[in-house]
Design a binder for this molecule. Structure first.
Ligand code: SAM
Length: 277
């Protein structure tokens, strides 16, 4: 295939290209790019968002896994307009990128939906190097991200992300805005990392492990799902009843619970596999 041929969307890379000019304009408006912004785009594809971003701020850094698309983008834009890192975003260090570009990043992207949750957790690890994120995801995933406790869709994703970001849904996007059209509705979410003083989690791997364990059996009482060290926790001081279920706990209560686990002596934390994502 030559560059002159039309690109055929690759399912394995989650390629659904935006083509509706009104939706593209609304996303750019939500991002509100300003000259001097260090914008990093995940998956520029055929430049539906990249081109208007370059027009506004002059230069974009993009991460694209598809070699053919990267080659096409290099044909279309100069190196000073578009710097392309040709690799898997999950292997990209946003810390190193922020260092290289000289400060915190603004991350944007119409994400490949097949790996959107791993991307969210990967970005979470670098939250301190990111000013904000505007991401297009499956609407159902965005609904779970912003869900409150007590809701049926409140879960691990809601707790992990709400403990680190202020989030809002900016835009709903119908399947017809893409070629090829996905089978699901989409939405754009704005995620702003909380200031460090507002982040109350003491130990992220333990927080992640406690949240994962509690939701691994979401209908079970916490004293069962967290049985290994339940007896060592001062539930009353935490303001949590051991008979409560994961979906009933607020994000703050989860943070308190995980911080209490983190302060237990090391040997009593057995059964907790520290993990980040
Ligand atoms: N931004 C374009 C648009 O809005 O039309 C394309 C969006 S398309 C949903 C997802 C893009 O992410 C594609 O360009 C795809 O090749 C790229 N992509 C998929 N998996 C990736 C990965 N692991 N790392 C980097 N880019 C990836």
């Amino acid at each position: 295939m030559t560059i002159a041929d039309a690109h055929i969307a690759r399912k394995r890379f989650g390629q659904n290209f935006l083509h509706d000019p009104r939706i593209i304009a609304a996303i750019i408006q939500a991002i509100d790019p300003k000259p001097g912004d260090r914008i990093v785009e995940i998956g520029p594809g055929q430049a539906a968002l990249t081109a208007p971003l370059i027009t506004t701020i002059g230069r974009v850094h993009a991460i694209e896994i598809d070699r053919d698309l990267a080659a096409r983008l290099r044909e279309r834009f100069t190196e000073s307009e578009l710097a392309i890192t040709e690799q898997d975003v999950l292997r990209t260090s946003f810390f190193a990128l922020a260092h290289q570009l000289g400060g915190p990043l603004r991350v944007v992207g119409n994400l490949p939906y097949n790996i959107s949750t791993p991307i969210l957790f990967h970005l979470l690890e670098s939250a301190e190097h990111i000013t904000d994120q505007h991401l297009m995801l499956q609407k159902e995933v965005v609904d779970r991200m912003v869900a409150s406790h007590g809701s049926k869709i409140y879960g691990r994703l809601s707790v992990m992300l709400q403990a680190r970001y202020q989030m809002e849904r900016c835009l709903a996007v119908p399947p017809g805005a893409f070629i090829p059209a996905p089978k699901v509705d989409s939405a754009v979410v704005r995620m702003v990392p909380l200031q460090s003083a507002a982040v109350k989690v003491r130990d992220w791997p333990i927080f992640a492990a406690v949240v994962a364990l509690a939701f691994s059996q979401r209908r079970k009482m916490l004293r069962k799902s967290l049985a290994t060290y339940s007896a060592m926790l001062e539930w009353e001081t935490l303001g949590i009843a051991p008979t409560q279920r994961a979906e009933e706990l607020s994000v703050d209560q989860f943070v308190g619970l995980a911080n209490a686990v983190a302060s237990l002596p090391l040997e009593s934390r057995q059964g907790i596999e520290p993990r980040f994502s």
